[in-house]
Ligand binder design. Structure first.
Ligand code: FMN
Length: 147
């Protein structure tokens, strides 16, 4: 069993729902998923030691939510190179944050990113019956990538 860390921030609960469903999908694939908010993983040591990482941020002002930028400098020092990775987040109209996370994880951290790309979901979809299965499927794909 591989161990995944799902780290997210959510102001109004949409990205939080996505994180919970993605964690379920990881578990359906037979993997362990540890769910944390950004303030719960402040130290490099809190980030180290997982086989995979899934990072989630909603989009505010066409960017990641406050705090994620500086957190990524810590994540870079946590030995994540080559680890399985995925990025996700809720938005209403532009949805830049998951793509920024995905690109940083792939090109800077050199992680093994899920082929589906980032899971960038409009909040109306998060709240629809399609939201839960789509997130679970994304989690499952991540879990299967870890073998
Ligand atoms: C002040 C403010 C700015 C926002 N800026 C954007 C934006 O630039 N692009 C976008 O797609 N959504 C934007 N949104 C919408 C949020 O991304 C959306 O409500 C999202 O589902 C919130 O996720 P959360 O509940 O996980 O915080 C903005 C919302 C607020 C309140």
């Amino acid at each position: 069993m591989k161990k995944f860390l799902v780290v997210y921030v959510s102001r109004t609960g949409k990205t939080k729902k996505m994180a919970e469903w993605i964690a379920e999908g990881l578990r359906f694939a037979g993997q362990e998923a540890v769910l944390k908010t950004l303030p719960q993983v402040r130290e490099v040591a809190d980030i180290q030691g997982y086989d995979g990482y899934v990072l989630g941020s909603p989009t505010y002002h066409k960017a990641m939510i406050e705090g994620f930028n500086s957190w990524l400098f810590k994540a870079q020092r946590a030995g994540v190179e080559g680890k399985v990775g995925g990025a996700f987040g809720s938005h209403t109209h532009s949805g830049e944050a998951p793509g920024i996370l995905h690109d940083t994880m792939r090109h800077v951290f050199k992680m093994n990113m899920v082929d589906l790309g980032a899971l960038t979901m409009e909040e109306r979809v998060v709240d629809s019956p399609e939201g839960m299965p789509a997130c679970q499927q994304f989690g499952r794909a991540l879990g299967e990538r870890a073998g």
